[in-house]
Design a protein around this ligand. Sequence first.
Ligand SMILES: NC(=O)c1ccc[n+]([C@@H]2O[C@H](COP(=O)([O-])OP(=O)(O)OC[C@H]3O[C@@H](n4cnc5c(N)ncnc54)[C@H](O)[C@@H]3O)[C@@H](O)[C@H]2O)c1
Length: 248
Amino acid sequence: MRFPGRFTGRSAVITGGASGIGLAVAQRIVEEGGRVCVWDRDPAQIEQAKATIAGLHGVTLDVADPAAVEDAARQTIKALGAVDILVTSAAITGPNMTTWEYSTDDWRQVIDININGVFYCNRALVPHMLERNYGRIVNIASIAGKEGNPNASAYSTSKAAVIGMTKSLGKELAKTRVTVNCVTPAAVRTAIFNQMSQQHIDFMLSKIPMARFGEVEEVAALISWITSEECSFTTAAVFDVSGGRATY
Ligand SMILES: NC(=O)c1ccc[n+]([C@@H]2O[C@H](COP(=O)([O-])OP(=O)(O)OC[C@H]3O[C@@H](n4cnc5c(N)ncnc54)[C@H](O)[C@@H]3O)[C@@H](O)[C@H]2O)c1
């Protein structure tokens, strides 16, 4: 189902929007009348996304580079005129191994992209949204951040941090028309699976009561509602999309 015109006059930035869940959100916002700029580190994927989504803008950057994020924010505001919506989807899993086996470099990379990157992107666009007194931010966390998956401690830690950051920022902005929420998907088959062991993928599926993976369109459907004007009395919240896995 689509809601034609829901995003007419709205512009969105989607980090990690060249693939998977972010790409599905980009597609949906454009189909419902909005303009989208994807921020992604993979230029080939951005080009592929542009070829399939009419009018899509793209910036190649590493979200873990704060100067690049500030530059992209300036560039995107200039190109689109404004940014009303931010969806932070860019993330990596890190290797699947026990906490004590983790190398410092692997740990830092996950933290740098999954936590610091989300911070840099929120920080870069909130002042602009405040100036316009309108904004919808959705940070993509994970059920791993609530439950702590074994053999994925850096990832689980990073996603718990995204939940905490979302709640803090949402409360800071609660008296404005800028809302900040996060979603916590369970496993959805995307390119991110290539970073995980088969054993870990099987473990994630075994934890889902619906006994199937989620679809990117199912996550995009939820995010498109949260990023719409209609979702106006919910902020600093965590939306479940886990096929029944989440118990809180
Ligand atoms: N797919 C799942 O099972 C699942 C489950 C729970 C949460 N999530 C979360 O959903 C989000 C999207 O995941 P996905 O499944 O679509 O993955 P994906 O790998 O398909 O997409 C992630 C995108 O982020 C980009 N990216 C990675 N690091 C980046 C960086 N440093 N700078 C800029 N771009 C970068 C990649 O190039 C890619 O296009 C992530 O935050 C992920 O943690 C996914």
